[in-house]
Write a protein that binds this ligand. Structure first.
Ligand SMILES: Nc1ncnc2c1ncn2[C@@H]1O[C@H](COP(=O)(O)OP(=O)(O)OP(=O)(O)O)[C@@H](O)[C@H]1O
Ligand SMILES: [Mg+2]
Length: 506
């Protein structure tokens, strides 16, 4: 057995503004092995990987890469040493071609001339795309690619660098089931070539499928490590959260009623949603399951007035919503929408947490005749929400959202909408990137909202989450509703079968 480690961390510590985020991290990863790095939101996973990838310098401690001391000063150093980092939020230039993205640092030249050798660029790119299984022209602009394809391009870039160690920070969060399978078979090929991988994910099944070894971080420390077989899922979860979680879904106290709240009739937008009709009732948590591209997010955007429909009618509390009403009017009717794309639509990254929480509900907190903000009420509301979404005490209200971990950003978005006290809340993949412990709290908030008489429409690609939480599940495929299952009829197989596209359906 090879005794040289792919990477070895010893005593790595890092603080931000005096707050320790990593505290004496030590572990090693054997050559050619795959490590699953897991932990709650804010545990320090991305920070540790930023140190490995040369984006951050540690305060103390050192690293040894393939038997040699390794002190990257910037990402270029890391790349030169054979470390590629595929970030939580992908890092490609959308307006450049695939080829340009792959060889940005080292565009092939015409001999000693300054001109780029387009032919060589094309050929090398084509070879790499072949290796990752992407049949797309090298000149294609990255903005035209799906999330899954971009992920594969990132890996092609790692291969272009001849990386020996590839870090993947939550690579599957925006991938469809099929894209995830493609990614996994590619990662298995990389494993077979002896490339070491560090794989970060909140989906423990994925970690189990892919990884040889496990490291659990909690609050900046390693709290468990060893071969993956040594840990069953409940053991991993309790290491992550520091207590044993007896259940993953909170108990439902209230129940769905038959009072209609949001009624959708024959909603149609050519090629996107076809003749959709359903009703969300008071107190109901209605799930929408479907594969990526089934039309679920498009439906949600139409309901919230971000996109328009050609036909059909939507009623809120028995009143018809005019087709031309935009998000603002619909919010006044009590509708709220948590989008799947937190980076572009959900948050103002430079603004503070408090300001982000305030975005949709300031009006309610400024009821005085002069429309002044009642600071006390407001502060109270923020504290309640912070506690409810379990933002750790480490995080201050004034901190800008871009310094939060990915999962904590998601909690701020949900908090923002909960403060607005909606009548109907539409959630698009609300727990993406959120750890298991915090998921429970988010689920609790969602159920509480329903128990208070609101309606919840929850879009998710995770069947377990929907069956754990919903009163009823609709299945969408190819823009249509293909199934309507009450709780008594929930089954993984049935939902999946209903979600599969029909070949004959042109
Ligand atoms: N530049 C920064 N300034 C201040 N705090 C920061 C900065 N970068 C990270 N942090 C803090 O460090 C902690 C660890 O963050 P990190 O992003 O490493 O968590 P994570 O384990 O990747 O979480 P997630 O699962 O949510 O992605 C968080 O509390 C975060 O707010
Ligand atoms: Mg992270």
């Amino acid at each position: 057995m090879n005794t040289i480690s792919a990477i070895e961390f010893s005593g790595i510590s890092k603080s931000f503004a005096g707050v320790p985020v990593l505290r004496g991290i030590s572990f090693k990863l054997g050559a050619g092995r795959t490590l699953g790095l897991v932990g709650e939101n804010g545990a320090g996973k991305s920070t540790l990987m930023n140190i490995l990838g040369g984006n951050l310098l540690p305060d103390t401690g050192g690293m040894v890469l393939g038997g040699t001391p390794y002190t990257p000063q910037d990402p270029t150093d890391a790349a030169r040493a054979g470390v590629a980092f595929i970030h939580q939020e992908l890092n490609l230039f959308a307006n450049l071609s695939i080829a340009e993205n792959l060889f940005l640092a080292a565009l092939p030249r015409m001999g000693s001339m300054p001109w780029i050798d387009r032919r060589a660029l094309h050929d090398r790119t084509a070879t790499l795309l072949g290796q990752v299984g992407l049949a797309i022209a090298p000149e294609t602009l990255v903005e035209q690619l799906s999330a899954g394809e971009r992920q594969l391009v990132e890996i092609a870039r790692a291969l272009a660098l001849e990386a020996r160690l590839i870090i993947l920070d939550e690579p599957t969060t925006s991938l469809s089931v099929r894209e995830t399978e493609t990614l996994f078979s590619l990662l298995r090929r990389l494993q077979a070539r002896g490339i070491a991988l560090i794989y970060i994910s909140h989906l423990l099944e994925h970690v189990r499928q892919l990884c040889h070894d496990l490291v659990v971080l909690r609050d900046g420390e390693v709290v468990a490590q060893g071969p993956i077989e040594a840990y069953d899922t409940p053991a991993i979860i309790s290491a992550m959260v520091g207590r044993s979680l007896t259940r993953l879904y909170p108990e439902r106290r209230g129940a769905s009623t038959t009072v209609p709240l949001l009624e959708v009739r024959s909603l149609t937008q050519l090629h996107i949603v076809r003749d959709i009709s359903f009703t969300v009732h008071r107190g109901e948590v209605l799930g929408i399951f479907g594969l990526m591209g089934a039309g679920r997010s498009e439906l949600a955007r139409i309901l919230f007035g971000l996109d328009s429909a050609q036909y059909g009618e939507v009623r809120m509390r028995e009143k018809v919503i005019n087709r031309r009403e935009g998000p603002r009017e619909r919010m006044e009717r009590g509708l709220a929408f948590l989008t799947e794309d937190r980076r572009h639509e959900g948050l103002c990254l430079e603004a503070s947490i408090a300001d982000n929480l305030a975005l949709v509900s300031l009006r309610e907190h400024a009821r005085t005749p002069l429309r002044l903000l009642d600071r006390n009420t407001w502060q109270q509301a923020i504290s309640t929400i912070r506690a409810a979404v379990r933002l750790t005490a480490k995080v201050s209200d004034a901190q800008s959202v871009q310094t939060l971990s990915g999962g904590n950003q998601q909690k701020v978005i949900l908090g923002k909408w909960l403060l607005a006290k909606p009548e109907v809340l539409i959630l698009d993949e609300p727990t993406r990137g959120v750890d298991v412990g915090a998921r429970f709290e988010l689920y609790q908030l969602i159920l509480d909202l329903a128990d208070r008489g609101a309606g919840v429409l929850m879009i998710s690609s995770e069947i377990e989450e929907l069956t754990g939480l919903c009163d009823r599940i609709l299945v969408m495929s190819q823009g249509e509703i293909r199934g309507n299952f009450p709780r008594t009829e929930f089954s993984r197989e049935r939902l999946l079968v209903a979600a599969l596209p029909r070949e004959a359906h042109a």
